[in-house]
Design a protein. Structure first.
Length: 136
């Protein structure tokens, strides 16, 4: 997997509101994947979760993650990033989840009843694919 900065064409791909899956590691070492919203935030990736999600405990125990974004125009084109969650922060005013919801739906997040937590992933390495060939 390449390391270093993402090329601009991959940054452009990640900047779109694509379907994505995040992989975390349970305390027993088993991998877990779930669909998620994400947002390219500078050189990091922002994800957000309900304060009661098991994924939050997984990240506190083992911060290494993988996130794969599938191009919304065709899933044969996708980019995967790997790296640690370098920052976890409560989202008391729901501004983080609102950024994500607005990016994906055009509206703020509807459920205002539960606490949320932001997590920023530092991109250490990446891999991209487009219909049978690697993207560089």
């Amino acid at each position: 997997m390449p390391t270093g900065p993402l090329p601009d064409h991959l940054r452009d791909l990640l900047a779109k509101p694509n379907p994505a899956v995040i992989g975390t590691v349970r305390p027993d070492g088993q991998p877990v994947t779930v669909a998620t919203w994400y947002l390219l935030d500078g050189d990091r990736v922002l994800v957000n979760m309900d304060e009661g999600r098991a994924r939050l405990e997984h990240l506190k125990n083992e911060p290494r993650v993988s996130l794969t974004a599938l191009d919304s125009e065709g899933w044969y084109k996708h980019v995967s990033v790997r790296g640690p969650v370098v920052e976890l922060a409560d989202d008391p005013d729901l501004s983080g989840i609102d950024r994500l919801a607005t990016h994906y739906t055009g509206k703020p997040y509807a459920n205002r009843e539960r606490g949320r937590v932001n997590a920023w992933i530092e991109i250490e390495s990446w891999h991209a694919w487009d219909g049978g060939k690697a993207l560089r």
